[in-house]
Design a protein around this ligand. Structure first.
Ligand code: PLP
Length: 422
């Protein structure tokens, strides 16, 4: 229980001098409990070791990229083999064609693919493609939905001008009336509706897409000539072996992919239908590293495992075991404990815990017992997890609920989360 953290503290002190803010973006632990590690040393399967060597069963999965387990032997072998043959070259290898064929063969709406590095590259390409296709400007997004960290979509205001965020209208997820109002506000200027495949916003309960909302988004795009974009960067391949809105029977014109489709190797993608092909061919988008062959080899191997194994059924079974086990233990301890999101991407929030003091205490207690959970961001399961791992997490949870119960009355407000209740 609760190992040393001296190496982590030392690295933090040094980082504070040479890395702005000590760390940045989603990998800064500034908004996590104080005992959460900032630095890691290695990983294998479902497990992660922090810089001090403490072993953790990892329910963050690198914030999504880990689908088949860290260091998956076949995927990494494909990557290493291609690295030795040729990676960043004067032009792409033939693997780009193979990968586009494999991906469009799996995703029903897709007739073509473009590859890039990060999810933000993919969502930005989708935005530009929709504007090129329609020769209009306005993009509709759901309030609170994350589509990346470029100036047009970053959630923080620093350094961003109003012009960077111009031509955007917001609606509420799963709220048809607000979607219709947003379309009305866009008038004759609607270029695209950007849809999150599920509501997977931070700090709040997650929500599955209402099929009627998804269908209405499709209809509104068809009526106006705008493109429907599903941002599957996070949920892709954890809900379906197809675009995530296939489960509600709605096909977008464009979908964006990233995070896990090469099991942690750097590559992202935009998939599109024939309708958007000419526009996608007309825009200029590129990057020095977008054509790397080794991540494409890793992606081909990952998609093969997606097609040929029961990984998704196993992930769902593990997720159900976790959800049922936690519900039982939370209720035995007398806590209202909300588990939302797909079984493969859960988020946990306590009732009567707007400032997350219970969530923080319980998550720290889990960490001390060797389980990394996140108090306010959705988590991820990977196929390297076993039933024994889930049971290990459930035992840790049982003890952590007991510890929380014993300490609930004396929990103090968490200063760094004051913005949640302000
Ligand atoms: C992570 C994410 C992005 C951005 O991807 P990056 O690789 O971090 O640029 C975009 N959309 C969604 C839904 C994401 O979860």
């Amino acid at each position: 229980m609760g190992g040393s953290n001296s190496k982590d503290r030392e690295l933090r002190e040094r980082a504070a001098k040479v890395i702005p803010g000590g760390m940045y973006g989603h990998l800064s632990v500034a908004l996590l409990p104080d005992d959460y590690p900032q630095f890691y040393s290695r990983a294998e399967g479902a497990r992660l070791w922090d810089a001090d060597g403490n072993e953790l069963l990892d329910f963050m999965c690198a914030y999504g990229p880990n689908l088949f387990g860290y260091g998956h032997p076949e995927i990494n072998a494909a990557f290493v083999r291609q690295m030795e043959i040729g990676d960043t070259l004067t032009g792409p290898s033939g693997l780009i064609v193979e990968l586009a064929e494999a991906f469009t063969g799996m995703v029903t709406h897709a007739d073509w693919a473009m590859f890039c590095k990060n999810g933000t590259d993919a969502t930005s390409i989708a935005m530009v493609t929709a504007r090129a296709h329609t020769r209009r400007k306005t993009i509709i997004m759901a309030k609170g939905a994350y589509h990346g960290a470029a100036p047009w979509c970053t959630p923080r205001p620093a350094g961003v001008t109003p012009e960077d965020k111009a031509n955007q209208v917001f609606c509420n997820y799963n709220d048809i009336a607000s979607l219709e109002a947003a379309v009305a506000a866009a008038g004759d200027d609607l270029a695209a509706i950007f849809a999150a495949p599920v509501k997977h916003d931070a700090f709040v309960d997650q929500a599955a897409p209402d099929p009627a909302y998804a269908r209405r988004a499709r209809e509104l795009c068809d009526q106006t000539g705008a493109l429907l974009v599903v941002d599957d960067v996070r949920a892709g391949l954890r809900i379906a072996r197809d675009c995530s809105w296939s489960v509600v029977g709605v096909e977008p014109d464009l979908s964006t992919w990233g995070k896990c489709f090469a099991n942690g190797h750097p590559i992202s993608a935009v998939l599109g239908s024939d309708k958007a092909r000419a526009a996608a061919a007309s825009i200029f988008v590129t990057g020095s590293f977008w054509f790397q062959a080794a991540p494409m080899a890793a992606a081909l191997q990952t998609l093969k495992l997606v097609r040929e194994t029961d990984y998704l059924e196993r992930l769902n079974a593990l997720g159900a075991r976790l959800r049922d086990g936690l519900a039982e233990r939370a209720s035995a301890a007398g806590f209202g404990f909300r588990q939302t999101g797909p079984l493969t991407m859960p988020l946990f929030l306590f009732d009567d815990d707007r400032d997350l003091r219970k969530g923080f205490f319980w998550s720290s207690a889990m960490l001390q017992r060797g389980v990394y959970v996140h108090p306010w961001h959705n988590m991820f399961l990977c196929t390297a997890m076993t039933e024994a791992d889930i049971d290990f997490a459930l035992n840790a949870a049982e003890d952590s609920f007991k510890a929380l119960k014993a300490n609930a009355a004396s929990l103090q407000p968490i200063e760094k989360l004051a913005f949640l209740t302000a």
